[in-house]
Write a protein that binds this ligand. Structure first.
Ligand SMILES: Cc1cc2nc3c(=O)[nH]c(=O)nc-3n(C[C@H](O)[C@H](O)[C@H](O)COP(=O)(O)OP(=O)(O)OC[C@H]3O[C@@H](n4cnc5c(N)ncnc54)[C@H](O)[C@@H]3O)c2cc1C
Length: 587
């Protein structure tokens, strides 16, 4: 629907946001014909644009009309730079903009969620849901022969919604990166999706193996369910507030208010059973705060009366960030050829359209490395000592509520242990034809999402607090040195590496730190802002995704992650949303 006219006054469930989590839950709930479901999405349907569908163009939808085009607040730890926040605003959410890697973190990453007190949230608990969302196709025999890709069929799902397959064509310089990590004795697990995502390995993409097109949340979860009479979706409507009523048993969320634009009249729709927030890690906490659910001190600043005192709303904000180290190598063929050689580009596009292969069939990021600290530096104990010596509140916002500070202390302990653990990756390396993209996997820094205004159309103040905690910087300093040693392995030295960025003259730790603070950027995984956990520890939802202190309201998106796993997070968001659907249906 594109207008209110076809809407019912009341549905069983109203889902806010048609992204990865929202469409997963919408699909599963609407399998039950006796339930009625409405999804409200601020963005529109894509129109099968090439930049959405073609893997080789993945990422170029950033900045398009399907992006919210927001910016994080200026960050003093990045020299006051404001980093942009690519974020999907469309049916499919950020899965339309994303780079299509469809990997999972390591067992220990999810087991820590459980250790924090969240029963049912460990690797073994989530594993069936990873499988449930996936429709896996093994690599072709050509790809196996050429690239030695290994995989374990038993850890993948084959009847799920998201097409998960390997690129049918891979940029040739990837081979030299694989040789380089092998030169440095990085291990190669059988299949990173098994819970053993440590070392270097090929990953699948959310890519249809037949058409070589993006398999996003719209195509995977919405399109197959779109004909169901009990499921409706209205686009171009922003939910502006949650409605509530006081009952004998406390506050119940009863529906939502929404509008197409700031000055348009607000409409209302009621939820007989529940409202389900799936608006993502920036907008779900904003909506809770607008509706009086959050830290009373923050709400009072905007003249919003407190409906439920849940100080964790918008706190615990985490994102993966990266710095690049750029070399030029004498490789005969790189992705740059697509922009510098129009004949090559035209032939590649023709090959893609006729045979669904070639450079445009490759979203890149085919072989990723996820490394525990000891794999890339000899400074493990020094970094761990730095973490151990910190008072855990030192780098938190000064107004962090006591409950959050307690919860963070438990996280800090786990993160500190993890620095020396062999089963947790601290660094991701993505290879891009000579550029090493170095991603920090378990940030110690914590930021926040706070209302800038009580006007729902004013974006919130979002601050991932990148690099506030010096442990995060220390890891990246060592990561840059490691990238340099990769470039000097026999496998890569043969191609005459010349370091362009930060440049061979940037060597001292303090100069590297200055480079890192000037160059760090988002790896697009905002999360943690409505974290699962007990309210006394800063949690916002319980282990069944119910928001503390009210009834009739759940959050099911990336904001419920208590800690980031070392991976690109969409397959984890799908898995968690599959788990949420079961929790909702069984309650
Ligand atoms: C550029 C980019 C690259 C990425 N690359 C990868 C990758 O390669 N691999 C990977 O695993 N992950 C990747 N990710 C991350 C992944 O896509 C996200 O983690 C995932 O989509 C989050 O799912 P979600 O349901 O929490 O939110 P989203 O998918 O973002 O969905 C939220 C939806 O809610 C809607 N919404 C928000 N507020 C309102 C409101 N008030 N009313 C109505 N609707 C609202 C939004 O418009 C959006 O459609 C990338 C993300 C981006 C942005």
């Amino acid at each position: 629907l594109t207008s209110e006219s076809g809407l019912l006054p009341t549905y069983d469930y109203v889902i806010v946001g048609a992204g990865v989590s929202g469409l997963t839950v919408a699909n599963r709930l609407s399998e039950n014909e006796s339930l009625s479901i409405l999804v409200i999405e601020a963005g529109e349907f894509d129109q099968d644009e090439d930049y959405i569908l073609i893997p080789g163009l993945a990422g170029t939808g950033i900045g398009s009309k399907y992006d919210w085009n927001l910016t994080y607040v200026g960050n003093p730890d990045l020299g006051n730079r404001s980093v942009s926040i690519p974020l999907g605003k469309a049916v499919g959410g950020s899965s339309l903009l994303n780079r299509m890697t469809f990997d999972r973190g390591s067992r220990a990453d999810y087991d820590r969620w459980k250790t924090l007190g969240n029963s049912g949230w460990g690797w073994t608990d989530l594993f069936p849901f990873f499988k449930k969302s996936e429709n896996f196709t093994p690599p072709t025999s050509d790809i196996i022969d050429e690239w030695n890709v290994t995989y374990d069929q038993s850890v993948h799902g084959t009847t799920g919604n998201v097409q998960s397959s390997y690129a049918p064509w891979i940029w040739p310089s990837t081979k030299h990166f694989i040789s380089a990590v092998t030169d440095l004795e990085v291990r190669i697990p059988l299949d990173g999706a098994s819970g053993d995502a440590l070392g270097g390995f090929f990953v699948s993409h959310n890519q249809d193996p037949v058409t070589a097109t993006r398999s996003d949340a719209r195509r995977a979860y919405w399109d197959p369910a779109s004909g169901r009479p009990n499921l409706q979706l209205v686009t171009g409507r922003k939910v502006t507030k949650l409605l509530n009523r006081q009952t004998a048993r406390g506050v119940q969320i009863t529906g939502v208010e929404f509008a197409p634009s700031p000055y348009a009249q607000r409409s209302i729709v009621h939820a007989r059973k529940e409202v389900i927030l799936a608006a993502g890690a920036i907008h779900s906490p904003q909506l809770l705060q607008l509706s009086g659910i959050g830290d009373p001190a923050l709400l009072a600043r905007h003249n919003i009366s407190t409906v439920s005192n849940v100080p964790g709303v918008g706190r615990n904000f985490q994102d993966h960030l990266y710095v690049p180290v750029v070399f030029s190598f004498d490789f005969p063929l790189t992705a740059t050829n697509l922009t510098t050689n129009s004949t090559f580009a035209a032939e590649s596009l023709a090959l893609y359209h006729t045979d669904q292969t070639g450079p445009y069939a490759d979203a890149t990021g085919d072989f990723l490395a996820f490394l525990p600290t000891a794999n890339f530096t000899s400074q493990t104990s020094a970094i761990q000592q730095l973490a151990q010596s910190q008072h855990t509140t030192l780098y938190l916002d000064p107004d962090t509520p006591a409950t959050l500070a307690r919860g963070y202390a438990s996280q800090h302990e786990l993160l500190t242990t993890g620095l020396a653990a062999e089963n947790e990756a601290q660094l991701e390396i993505i290879w891009s034809d000579g550029t090493f993209i170095l991603g920090l996997q378990h940030p110690f820094s914590r930021g926040s999402v706070r209302l800038a205004s009580s006007d729902p159309f004013t974006p919130p103040l979002a601050d991932p607090a990148y690099l506030r905690n010096p442990v995060d910087v220390a890891i990246l300093v060592e990561a840059i040195k490691y990238a340099r040693s990769l470039a000097q392995t026999p496998s890569l030295a043969a191609f005459n590496p010349v370091e362009l960025v930060p440049g061979g003259n940037v060597t001292s730790d303090s100069d590297l730190e200055a480079y890192i603070r000037g160059a760090a950027d988002s790896l697009f995984h905002p999360s943690g802002t409505c974290s699962v956990g007990r309210v006394e520890l800063g949690g916002v939802v319980d282990t069944d995704f119910r928001v503390h202190g009210v009834s009739g309201l759940r959050v099911v998106d990336a904001s419920v992650f208590p800690l980031l796993p070392a991976t690109h997070i969409q397959s984890s968001v799908y898995a968690v949303a599959e788990k949420a659907a079961v929790a909702i249906l069984s309650s």
